[in-house]
Design a protein around this ligand. Structure first.
Ligand code: ZN
Length: 318
Protein backbone atom coordinates (compact mmCIF):
# COMPACT_ATOMS: atom_id res chain seq x y z
CA UNK A 1 0.00 0.00 0.00
CA UNK A 2 2.78 2.35 1.02
CA UNK A 3 4.46 1.64 -2.29
CA UNK A 4 1.30 2.69 -4.19
CA UNK A 5 1.15 6.03 -2.37
CA UNK A 6 4.80 6.62 -3.07
CA UNK A 7 4.20 5.89 -6.75
CA UNK A 8 1.16 8.24 -6.93
CA UNK A 9 3.18 10.96 -5.17
CA UNK A 10 5.94 10.57 -7.75
CA UNK A 11 3.53 10.80 -10.70
CA UNK A 12 1.88 13.97 -9.38
CA UNK A 13 5.19 15.63 -8.68
CA UNK A 14 6.18 15.48 -12.36
CA UNK A 15 5.78 18.68 -14.41
CA UNK A 16 2.81 18.57 -16.77
CA UNK A 17 4.08 18.11 -20.29
CA UNK A 18 1.75 17.32 -23.14
CA UNK A 19 3.03 14.84 -25.72
CA UNK A 20 0.92 14.54 -28.83
CA UNK A 21 1.94 11.84 -31.27
CA UNK A 22 3.29 11.77 -33.84
CA UNK A 23 5.91 14.34 -32.90
CA UNK A 24 7.45 16.32 -35.72
CA UNK A 25 11.01 16.88 -36.84
CA UNK A 26 12.74 18.56 -39.79
CA UNK A 27 16.13 17.25 -40.92
CA UNK A 28 18.66 19.83 -42.09
CA UNK A 29 22.12 19.16 -43.50
CA UNK A 30 24.73 21.91 -43.23
CA UNK A 31 27.94 22.61 -45.17
CA UNK A 32 26.80 21.14 -48.49
CA UNK A 33 28.43 19.68 -50.51
CA UNK A 34 30.70 18.70 -47.56
CA UNK A 35 34.27 19.86 -46.78
CA UNK A 36 35.91 16.46 -46.72
CA UNK A 37 33.66 15.13 -49.51
CA UNK A 38 34.71 17.89 -51.92
CA UNK A 39 38.36 17.42 -51.00
CA UNK A 40 38.20 13.67 -51.62
CA UNK A 41 36.12 13.99 -54.81
CA UNK A 42 33.13 12.18 -53.25
CA UNK A 43 30.62 15.04 -53.17
CA UNK A 44 28.29 13.83 -55.92
CA UNK A 45 28.49 10.19 -54.85
CA UNK A 46 27.63 11.03 -51.24
CA UNK A 47 24.84 13.43 -52.28
CA UNK A 48 23.30 10.46 -54.14
CA UNK A 49 23.52 8.37 -50.96
CA UNK A 50 21.83 11.10 -48.91
CA UNK A 51 19.17 11.53 -51.59
CA UNK A 52 18.31 7.83 -51.75
CA UNK A 53 18.11 7.50 -47.94
CA UNK A 54 15.88 10.56 -47.64
CA UNK A 55 13.69 9.29 -50.46
CA UNK A 56 13.37 5.84 -48.93
CA UNK A 57 12.38 7.27 -45.53
CA UNK A 58 10.24 10.07 -47.01
CA UNK A 59 12.24 12.88 -45.39
CA UNK A 60 11.85 16.35 -46.98
CA UNK A 61 15.33 17.49 -45.92
CA UNK A 62 16.89 20.91 -46.49
CA UNK A 63 20.59 21.34 -47.32
CA UNK A 64 22.59 24.49 -46.55
CA UNK A 65 25.13 25.36 -49.21
CA UNK A 66 28.51 27.04 -48.77
CA UNK A 67 28.87 28.92 -52.07
CA UNK A 68 32.68 28.82 -52.40
CA UNK A 69 32.79 25.11 -51.57
CA UNK A 70 30.00 24.22 -54.00
CA UNK A 71 31.59 26.11 -56.87
CA UNK A 72 35.03 24.54 -56.34
CA UNK A 73 34.80 21.54 -58.72
CA UNK A 74 32.48 19.87 -61.21
CA UNK A 75 31.88 17.12 -58.67
CA UNK A 76 30.83 19.65 -56.00
CA UNK A 77 28.39 21.45 -58.35
CA UNK A 78 26.97 18.10 -59.49
CA UNK A 79 26.21 17.31 -55.84
CA UNK A 80 23.76 20.25 -55.76
CA UNK A 81 22.04 18.98 -58.90
CA UNK A 82 21.70 15.48 -57.44
CA UNK A 83 20.29 16.94 -54.22
CA UNK A 84 17.70 19.16 -55.92
CA UNK A 85 16.73 16.51 -58.52
CA UNK A 86 15.75 14.30 -55.59
CA UNK A 87 13.21 16.95 -54.50
CA UNK A 88 15.37 18.17 -51.60
CA UNK A 89 15.59 21.91 -50.89
CA UNK A 90 18.82 23.92 -51.10
CA UNK A 91 19.38 26.96 -48.90
CA UNK A 92 22.06 29.56 -48.17
CA UNK A 93 24.92 29.02 -45.68
CA UNK A 94 27.08 32.02 -46.78
CA UNK A 95 29.84 32.11 -49.38
CA UNK A 96 32.88 31.17 -47.30
CA UNK A 97 31.52 30.00 -43.93
CA UNK A 98 33.31 32.74 -41.97
CA UNK A 99 31.37 33.29 -38.71
CA UNK A 100 29.40 36.56 -38.57
CA UNK A 101 31.39 37.92 -35.63
CA UNK A 102 34.68 37.38 -37.51
CA UNK A 103 33.49 39.12 -40.67
CA UNK A 104 32.62 42.73 -41.46
CA UNK A 105 28.87 43.25 -41.90
CA UNK A 106 29.36 44.37 -45.50
CA UNK A 107 31.56 41.43 -46.49
CA UNK A 108 29.31 38.94 -44.78
CA UNK A 109 26.09 39.99 -46.56
CA UNK A 110 27.77 40.43 -49.93
CA UNK A 111 28.97 36.82 -49.56
CA UNK A 112 25.41 35.75 -48.79
CA UNK A 113 24.25 37.56 -51.94
CA UNK A 114 26.95 35.76 -53.96
CA UNK A 115 25.63 32.38 -52.82
CA UNK A 116 22.10 33.58 -53.66
CA UNK A 117 23.32 34.11 -57.22
CA UNK A 118 24.75 30.59 -57.32
CA UNK A 119 21.44 29.18 -56.08
CA UNK A 120 19.25 31.40 -58.29
CA UNK A 121 18.82 28.83 -61.11
CA UNK A 122 17.59 26.28 -58.54
CA UNK A 123 15.18 28.79 -56.97
CA UNK A 124 13.86 29.61 -60.40
CA UNK A 125 13.40 25.98 -61.33
CA UNK A 126 11.79 24.78 -58.08
CA UNK A 127 10.15 27.96 -56.71
CA UNK A 128 11.57 27.55 -53.20
CA UNK A 129 11.44 30.27 -50.58
CA UNK A 130 14.80 31.66 -49.44
CA UNK A 131 16.18 30.14 -46.24
CA UNK A 132 19.43 31.09 -44.50
CA UNK A 133 21.49 29.64 -41.67
CA UNK A 134 24.41 31.29 -39.89
CA UNK A 135 27.72 29.34 -39.93
CA UNK A 136 28.29 27.83 -36.48
CA UNK A 137 24.95 29.44 -35.55
CA UNK A 138 26.98 32.59 -34.90
CA UNK A 139 24.60 35.57 -35.08
CA UNK A 140 27.19 38.29 -34.55
CA UNK A 141 28.50 40.02 -31.48
CA UNK A 142 27.20 43.59 -31.66
CA UNK A 143 23.64 45.02 -31.90
CA UNK A 144 24.41 46.63 -35.31
CA UNK A 145 25.01 43.18 -36.78
CA UNK A 146 21.71 41.93 -35.39
CA UNK A 147 19.89 44.90 -36.94
CA UNK A 148 21.61 44.38 -40.30
CA UNK A 149 20.68 40.67 -40.27
CA UNK A 150 17.05 41.33 -39.40
CA UNK A 151 16.82 43.96 -42.13
CA UNK A 152 18.22 41.49 -44.66
CA UNK A 153 15.80 38.71 -43.63
CA UNK A 154 12.77 40.98 -43.65
CA UNK A 155 13.54 42.87 -46.86
CA UNK A 156 14.40 39.74 -48.86
CA UNK A 157 11.79 37.50 -47.14
CA UNK A 158 14.56 35.08 -46.25
CA UNK A 159 13.62 32.66 -43.48
CA UNK A 160 16.10 32.33 -40.62
CA UNK A 161 16.77 28.61 -40.05
CA UNK A 162 16.77 28.03 -36.31
CA UNK A 163 18.12 24.79 -34.83
CA UNK A 164 16.50 22.96 -31.92
CA UNK A 165 18.45 19.68 -31.98
CA UNK A 166 22.09 20.63 -32.18
CA UNK A 167 24.72 17.88 -32.32
CA UNK A 168 28.49 17.40 -32.29
CA UNK A 169 28.33 15.24 -35.42
CA UNK A 170 31.22 17.13 -37.03
CA UNK A 171 33.51 16.21 -34.13
CA UNK A 172 32.60 12.52 -34.51
CA UNK A 173 33.06 12.81 -38.30
CA UNK A 174 36.69 13.91 -37.92
CA UNK A 175 37.46 10.64 -36.17
CA UNK A 176 35.35 8.72 -38.68
CA UNK A 177 37.22 10.11 -41.69
CA UNK A 178 40.50 9.31 -39.96
CA UNK A 179 39.45 5.70 -39.22
CA UNK A 180 38.10 5.09 -42.73
CA UNK A 181 41.40 6.29 -44.17
CA UNK A 182 43.35 3.80 -42.05
CA UNK A 183 40.65 1.15 -42.66
CA UNK A 184 40.31 0.05 -39.02
CA UNK A 185 36.93 -1.72 -39.15
CA UNK A 186 36.65 -2.31 -35.38
CA UNK A 187 37.26 1.35 -34.65
CA UNK A 188 34.71 2.33 -37.32
CA UNK A 189 32.02 0.05 -35.84
CA UNK A 190 32.70 1.26 -32.29
CA UNK A 191 32.54 4.88 -33.39
CA UNK A 192 29.28 4.31 -35.29
CA UNK A 193 27.68 2.81 -32.17
CA UNK A 194 28.77 5.77 -30.02
CA UNK A 195 27.59 8.22 -32.66
CA UNK A 196 24.12 6.65 -32.83
CA UNK A 197 23.81 7.01 -29.03
CA UNK A 198 25.01 10.62 -29.25
CA UNK A 199 22.37 11.63 -31.82
CA UNK A 200 19.56 9.98 -29.86
CA UNK A 201 20.80 11.66 -26.68
CA UNK A 202 20.75 15.06 -28.43
CA UNK A 203 17.12 14.43 -29.48
CA UNK A 204 16.29 13.45 -25.90
CA UNK A 205 17.98 16.60 -24.60
CA UNK A 206 15.94 18.72 -27.04
CA UNK A 207 12.73 17.02 -25.83
CA UNK A 208 13.71 17.80 -22.22
CA UNK A 209 14.47 21.40 -23.22
CA UNK A 210 11.12 21.66 -25.02
CA UNK A 211 9.35 20.43 -21.87
CA UNK A 212 11.29 22.88 -19.69
CA UNK A 213 10.73 25.94 -21.91
CA UNK A 214 7.31 25.30 -23.51
CA UNK A 215 5.77 22.67 -21.17
CA UNK A 216 5.05 20.59 -24.28
CA UNK A 217 6.78 18.98 -27.24
CA UNK A 218 7.21 21.45 -30.08
CA UNK A 219 8.35 20.49 -33.62
CA UNK A 220 12.12 19.97 -33.72
CA UNK A 221 14.82 20.98 -36.22
CA UNK A 222 17.76 18.60 -36.35
CA UNK A 223 21.13 19.89 -37.56
CA UNK A 224 23.65 17.47 -39.03
CA UNK A 225 26.46 17.99 -41.54
CA UNK A 226 27.24 16.68 -45.03
CA UNK A 227 29.78 13.98 -44.31
CA UNK A 228 30.41 10.27 -44.82
CA UNK A 229 29.47 9.40 -41.24
CA UNK A 230 25.93 10.72 -41.68
CA UNK A 231 25.54 9.16 -45.13
CA UNK A 232 26.27 5.78 -43.49
CA UNK A 233 24.36 6.29 -40.24
CA UNK A 234 21.22 8.08 -41.45
CA UNK A 235 19.20 4.91 -42.21
CA UNK A 236 19.54 3.73 -38.59
CA UNK A 237 18.94 7.21 -37.18
CA UNK A 238 15.81 7.82 -39.28
CA UNK A 239 14.44 4.36 -38.45
CA UNK A 240 14.92 5.00 -34.74
CA UNK A 241 13.24 8.42 -34.95
CA UNK A 242 10.23 6.79 -36.64
CA UNK A 243 10.13 4.18 -33.86
CA UNK A 244 10.08 7.05 -31.38
CA UNK A 245 6.97 8.30 -33.20
CA UNK A 246 8.49 11.18 -35.13
CA UNK A 247 7.06 12.33 -38.44
CA UNK A 248 9.46 14.02 -40.84
CA UNK A 249 8.26 17.40 -42.07
CA UNK A 250 9.96 20.21 -43.98
CA UNK A 251 12.00 22.92 -42.31
CA UNK A 252 9.60 25.51 -43.69
CA UNK A 253 6.63 23.79 -41.99
CA UNK A 254 8.46 23.83 -38.65
CA UNK A 255 9.36 27.50 -39.04
CA UNK A 256 5.67 28.19 -39.70
CA UNK A 257 4.55 26.55 -36.42
CA UNK A 258 3.39 28.90 -33.61
CA UNK A 259 6.56 28.64 -31.49
CA UNK A 260 8.93 29.59 -34.35
CA UNK A 261 6.68 31.83 -36.44
CA UNK A 262 7.36 35.12 -34.59
CA UNK A 263 11.08 34.59 -35.32
CA UNK A 264 10.95 33.65 -38.98
CA UNK A 265 12.74 36.84 -40.07
CA UNK A 266 14.34 37.78 -36.79
CA UNK A 267 17.17 36.84 -34.46
CA UNK A 268 15.73 35.91 -31.06
CA UNK A 269 18.80 36.42 -28.91
CA UNK A 270 22.19 37.14 -30.41
CA UNK A 271 24.73 34.71 -28.87
CA UNK A 272 25.46 31.63 -30.99
CA UNK A 273 23.35 28.75 -29.75
CA UNK A 274 20.20 26.71 -30.38
CA UNK A 275 16.51 27.68 -30.36
CA UNK A 276 15.84 26.49 -26.79
CA UNK A 277 18.77 28.50 -25.45
CA UNK A 278 17.44 31.62 -27.17
CA UNK A 279 13.88 30.96 -26.02
CA UNK A 280 14.99 30.32 -22.44
CA UNK A 281 16.24 33.91 -22.52
CA UNK A 282 13.16 35.23 -24.32
CA UNK A 283 10.63 33.49 -22.04
CA UNK A 284 12.81 33.65 -18.91
CA UNK A 285 12.57 29.92 -18.28
CA UNK A 286 15.42 27.60 -17.33
CA UNK A 287 16.94 24.96 -19.59
CA UNK A 288 17.30 21.44 -18.13
CA UNK A 289 19.89 21.26 -15.37
CA UNK A 290 23.47 20.21 -16.13
CA UNK A 291 25.69 20.58 -19.15
CA UNK A 292 23.94 20.93 -22.53
CA UNK A 293 24.32 17.41 -23.94
CA UNK A 294 24.40 18.64 -27.54
CA UNK A 295 27.35 20.96 -26.85
CA UNK A 296 30.98 20.52 -27.85
CA UNK A 297 31.94 20.85 -24.17
CA UNK A 298 29.83 17.80 -23.44
CA UNK A 299 31.41 15.96 -26.40
CA UNK A 300 34.87 16.70 -24.97
CA UNK A 301 33.98 15.54 -21.48
CA UNK A 302 31.69 12.58 -22.19
CA UNK A 303 32.01 11.23 -25.76
CA UNK A 304 35.62 11.88 -26.69
CA UNK A 305 37.12 9.89 -23.78
CA UNK A 306 34.93 6.93 -24.86
CA UNK A 307 36.08 7.28 -28.48
CA UNK A 308 39.69 7.32 -27.31
CA UNK A 309 39.14 4.23 -25.14
CA UNK A 310 37.15 2.16 -27.64
CA UNK A 311 39.08 3.12 -30.74
CA UNK A 312 42.52 3.11 -29.17
CA UNK A 313 44.10 0.74 -31.73
CA UNK A 314 43.19 3.05 -34.61
CA UNK A 315 44.52 6.10 -32.76
CA UNK A 316 47.78 4.36 -31.86
CA UNK A 317 48.41 3.33 -35.46
CA UNK A 318 48.41 6.97 -36.65
ZN1 ZN B 1 28.19 25.24 -41.27
Amino acid sequence: MKRIFLFIGFVFSLPTVSYSFPMKIAVTVDDLPGWHLVKSGNAQKTASLFASVFKQHKVPATGFVIGALASRTKDSMNALTVWSNAGLVLANHTWDHVPYDKSSTKEFWSGVARTEKLLAPFYKRYGWNRIFRFPMLNQGDIPEKETAANEYFFSTKTLLAHVSVDTSDWAFARYYDQFTETGDLTAIKNLEALYFKHIMDCVKYAEEASAAIFSKQIPQILLIHANQLNAVMLPDILKELRLQKYDFISLESVLDSPEYRPFRYKIIYQPADHFFYHMSHELKRDLPQGLDRSSYRYFKSYWEPQIKKLCMTALLSE
